[in-house]
Every structure is written in structure tokens, then in C-alpha cells.
Design a protein around this ligand. Structure first.
Ligand code: GLA
Length: 387
């Protein structure tokens, strides 16, 4: 891949000078959805699919970006003096945002650079192609300009860029899962404290299958920020009757005792999801550690029900994929993953049942929705690297 990236870079930007190549993964969340901005736990893992970049420093202040995934847009130019968001900058608002975020934290760039991107994560799939680009860019900047930041700081700077430059109020899960990925392991992260633990994903004779709805969405145009605001309002109402910092501080029992403080049915449902999903995530990790994959699968299914009924972030496409999955033999668990409103589902499927799963779920999805879904048998990969 390294040599291919260098060749592709040279075709666009010419062949002199030192070119370095980098990689950052995508991620899939196994359980713990919409908990990260509620001070709860998440349990994502990095994927072997991800984003590559080939980079060469320039002697002037120009920034030139090219993505094979957006070939039609050609080279998009900018400069160190122009680290502001613009519609015309299109996808380059992600790398520019990360540069801006480093600038805000006091880091300085002495020159511009040319950068060629290629990603094999389907865009808008809910597998964090944008966080992958952000963390990748942050690693490139660290390496190119000798910035003294570790991978946790890289995840925080990338999230800061997403929140403040691209104006998506996301939590820390995606950037953290990508920056801290570890082969064969999922990351049990407490988003309130950023304390984390790696848990080996041992699934006996089963594998993680990602079903991609191909319904495109971006967090910006989804109801993501609205859900976050609803939870914040519910938290404010609860704080009038109980001393908590976040919804993640509540057990199910405490929530049931105090929930009448939340004055709207809708906000009560949103908060219920955040509280119960956090507790489910803690239970699911324990089940996995105990080797109880069946229990892990049941918690995944309960997570999906809560996201559909209480958090209302699924939609017909994701619901069709999960319902079809649960009809198939050898399916241990299945749920929507990521922000929702489109994107992907994640299922745990017995290895010898995967072919049937893909055929049957694929057929039912196409018959119901009218276009095809894509399926990936996921491998859990490591974090970002210089190749
Ligand atoms: C998106 C956000 C994450 C998280 C998930 C939902 O992926 O970027 O921070 O909130 O949605 O769990």
C-alpha cells in the first residue's frame, strides 16, 4: 500500500522530495450508543479498513489536498493563512479543522504541504470515515512538525475540530476508538473520565458482520445535535432533584426513582435510553469477559430496541437490516451502530452461517428498500501508524 500511495501522490503532485505515508483506521461500536456525550461508557473497536495519506512538505505556505474518494473535486488548495471553514473547501474542512485545532492549542506550522488521501471506509456509512480523516491528519501533523502530543491528545484535538470547526457536537468515542485502536481488542471507555481498558474480542466460532444500509447521511444534517440537546435538558431537570454530573451517573433504579422530574415524555425516553444503554454496556463487557457471548448478543438486541423505540434514531433501513438479521440462524446479536439515521448495523454471526446471512438479509433488504446493502466481515485492526 505504501508504494501504491507514493505512486498515486506523484501522479497528482509530481515526484521530487520525500513522501511519507500514514494510515488511520475506521471504527465500529459494539455497544454503548449515544452514551459518550452523556458521560457513559462505550465499547468500540478499530477496523482494518481506514484512510491512508501520502504527504510531502512544501517550502511555501500553500496547502494542497487531493482525495481519491472525491476525484471530481480535484486538488483543493488553501494556505496556512486560511484555516477557516468554507463550503467550497468541501471535505478538506476536516483536515483544515484539525490544523485549526492544533493552532488553537498553540502549535505552529512552519510550512505548508501536499497531501493525498485514499479511504476504503464507505463514506457516510457510520464507520467514522470523517473521524478517521481527522485522526490521520493529526498524526501527519504530529510527525511532520514534531508536535509533542500522545494519541489521547490526538483524539481530543480531533474531537475539538469536529465540534468547533465543523460544528458537529459529537462525543469522544470515534476519535478515541480510532486513535487508540488495538488489534483484536475493543476499548471499554468511560467517557466521563477517559479511563479505558482493552478487552479481547473472543467470539468462539463467530464473527462481526457489518451491514451497510447505503442510506447516506452526515451528522450535520441528522438529528444528532437535537438528541444531544434533549439529553442536556433532561439532565438539567434531573439535577434539580439529584446531585449528578451526567446521565451516566445514574443506575436504572435511580433513574426510575427520579424520572418524574423530567417534564416531557420525549425527553424522558431519551434520558432513559442514555441511562439504560450505559448500564447495558457495562454488563455487556462483563459478559464478554466471562465468555458469555449469548448474553452479549442479547444486550446488543436490547440496545437496538432502545435506540429504535426510546431514542428514535434508527429508521426503516436500519430496522429492516436488524429485523432480517434476527430471523437468520446463527445470529447471536444485531444492532444499529454509530449515530443512526442510516449508516450500518453490527451483528455477531456464527462463522458457518455468514454466507446464508449475507444472502438472506441482502435479499430482504433489497426487496423492502429497493436498493442493495453491502456486507463486510470485520477484522479488528490497530491504531494509526506511519507506514
Ligand atoms: C457518532 C458520534 C459519536 C457517538 C455516536 C453515537 O458516531 O460521532 O460521538 O455519539 O454517534 O453513539
Amino acid at each position: 500500500m505504501k508504494n501504491q500511495m507514493i505512486e498515486k501522490f506523484q501522479k497528482i503532485f509530481g515526484s521530487d522530495g520525500d513522501i511519507k505515508v500514514y494510515f488511520a483506521p475506521g471504527r465500529v461500536n459494539l455497544i454503548g450508543e449515544h452514551t459518550d456525550y452523556n458521560g457513559g461508557h462505550v465499547f468500540p473497536c478499530a477496523l482494518t479498513m481506514g484512510t491512508y495519506a501520502a504527504v510531502r512538505k512544501r517550502t511555501d505556505n500553500k496547502l494542497r489536498f487531493y482525495s481519491e474518494n472525491f476525484e471530481k473535486l480535484g486538488v483543493i488548495e488553501s494556505s496556512l493563512e486560511d484555516l477557516t471553514w468554507s463550503k467550497d473547501a468541501d471535505w478538506t474542512n476536516y483536515p483544515k479543522g484539525v490544523m485549526w485545532a492544533f493552532g488553537e492549542k498553540g502549535y505552529k506550522f512552519d510550512t505548508g504541504f501536499d497531501m493525498y488521501y485514499f479511504g476504503n471506509i464507505p463514506n457516510g456509512s457510520g464507520l467514522s470515515s470523517s473521524a478517521s480523516v481527522e485522526v490521520l491528519t493529526a498524526l501527519v501533523l504530529k510527525d511532520t512538525f514534531d508536535f509533542d502530543v500522545d494519541f489521547i491528545e490526538i483524539s481530543l484535538i480531533s474531537q475539538f475540530a469536529e465540534n468547533n470547526f465543523n460544528k458537529v457536537n459529537c462525543g469522544i468515542m470515534d476519535q478515541f476508538a480510532i486513535a487508540m485502536g488495538k488489534e483484536g481488542h475493543a476499548i471499554f471507555l468511560d467517557t466521563a473520565t477517559l479511563s479505558y481498558e482493552y478487552a479481547p474480542v473472543k467470539l468462539d466460532n463467530a464473527k462481526i458482520v457489518i451491514s451497510c444500509s447505503n442510506k447516506k447521511r452526515g451528522l450535520g444534517d441528522s438529528k444528532y445535535n437535537e438528541r444531544r440537546a434533549e439529553c442536556e435538558e433532561a439532565l438539567g431537570e434531573l439535577q434539580k432533584v439529584i446531585d449528578i454530573q451526567s446521565l451516566g451517573d445514574l443506575t436504572e433504579e435511580a433513574f426510575e426513582r427520579y424520572k418524574s422530574a423530567i417534564k416531557s415524555d420525549v425527553r424522558r425516553k431519551r434520558a432513559k435510553h442514555a441511562v439504560y444503554e450505559n448500564q447495558r454496556t457495562i454488563k455487556a463487557v462483563k459478559a464478554l469477559k466471562d465468555g458469555d457471548i449469548e448474553e452479549f448478543g442479547k444486550l446488543m438486541i436490547a440496545s437496538d430496541t432502545s435506540l429504535r423505540e426510546d431514542y428514535e434514531v434508527t429508521g426503516k433501513e436500519l430496522d429492516t437490516l436488524v429485523a432480517a438479521a434476527l430471523k437468520q440462524p446463527g445470529v447471536i446479536g444485531s444492532r444499529m451502530t454509530g449515530a443512526g439515521f442510516g449508516g450500518c448495523t453490527v451483528s455477531i454471526v456464527k462463522t458457518d452461517a455468514i454466507d446464508n446471512f449475507i444472502e438472506k438479509v441482502g435479499r430482504e433488504y433489497k426487496d423492502t428498500i429497493g436498493y442493495a446493502a453491502d456486507f463486510y466481515v470485520a477484522d479488528i485492526g490497530g491504531g494509526p501508524v506511519v507506514l
